[in-house]
Design a protein around this ligand. Sequence first.
Ligand SMILES: Cc1ncc(COP(=O)(O)O)c(C=O)c1O
Length: 445
Amino acid sequence: METDDFLARSLKHNFWTWSAQRNPDVIPVEKADGVYFWEPSGKRYLDFNSMVMCVNIGHGNRTVQEAMIRQIRELTFAGPHMATKVRAELGEKLATLLPTGLDRFLYTLGGSEANENAIKLARDYRGKFKILTRYRSYHGATMGSMALSGDYRRLHWEPLTMPGVVHFEDPYPYRSPFFPDGQAVDEQYFSQVYLDHLEDIIRGEGPETIAAVLIETVTGTNGILVPPQGYLKGLRALCDHYGILLITDEVMAGFGRTGRWFAFQNWDIVPDIVTMAKGLTSGYAPLGAVAMKSEIADSFNDKMYFGGLTYNGHPVSLAAALANIEVIEQEGLLENTQKRGETLKNLLAEMKAKHICVGDVRSIGLFGAIELVRDRQTREPLTPTAQPLTATMKKVKDYLRAHGLYINNTFHILLIIPPLIITDEQLREGFAIIDEALTLADADL
Ligand SMILES: Cc1ncc(COP(=O)(O)O)c(C=O)c1O
């Protein structure tokens, strides 16, 4: 009864994002705890997507809830030009998580705005306007961040209102235009081919016009593309050589997702600007941030930064972030992610060995993907990108949902992005459901 009540009432008045409005895919949610959430009917879901790839510390964490309540009672809101205790504390804390020098922070409400501000800073600091981003990237849904994004979602809105964005290829061994047969090549050589491709683009566009290269350190929704050895170091060197800033978007990959605070720390590079959101508060309150090198911040010492937001540095969001970081530290979630990440790797390998519909699997930490194909030889995706799902893909999705596994897919790619508190048993519980769903797909092929 109650389910119908708030589901029907929500359906009546709400306009749903990323959806056609007639039959939106909506789940009524009443409560959430740990790695699970529940419908009012009692139906339980194991959350393999951390809601929106953000609830890194899991649902219902008391430490964060109480920090937020304390902040609400103490000082619920203060304007963007007000110093608060929590603003001071969060800045100091974030500076300890990032490499030395990346110690000035501009707060936003989420990832899109973080990327928008990162671009403004880079353009003003360098006095150049072009931004290079990759085709298989997503940087947000505001007009500017959509222009930065490379994937199919951008195409709907073209021509976009932010000129000067140029896209380049992501190093993606499973689907590489440079190595179309998928032949195994040395990783360093593979990286070099992609860096040469980027260098060609830099020269073609004119390095004197390029302010920054912006990448998702590990590509998220477009399939968990982990950079091959040598790629990020080479990219850093290329940016230095041509006087271009390197911006890493850690909105999804940051805050423990890969087993490190930030994904770039896995490859020993230091970006000039880092954007973050999602896991920064684990979704307990809306918050994004742009971390920048102090020389970038200092370049605005005597000139105005033209940008701002009413809710810049909202105290309740900052308190949520601070408590969230404390939870990640106290519960050892980076270590848990590294350990459970090994289990995830083994489970993914099992799926690949067992199911003919699995073309490729990838992961780093608790950030994984299963790429489903119609034919292992041709690598034809089980459902084409930006098209309605094929009957087989729909069967897989419906099975997972019906059996209480909440998981996100980018067309033919299943994304495995659970809260970082997950146990091996809970990972296996989810994979038992995936195993059955993939058996259905195998039978169709
Ligand atoms: C890598 C990346 N960047 C930016 C964004 C945009 O963040 P938000 O939705 O908080 O604006 C997302 C959201 O999914 C993302 O995954």
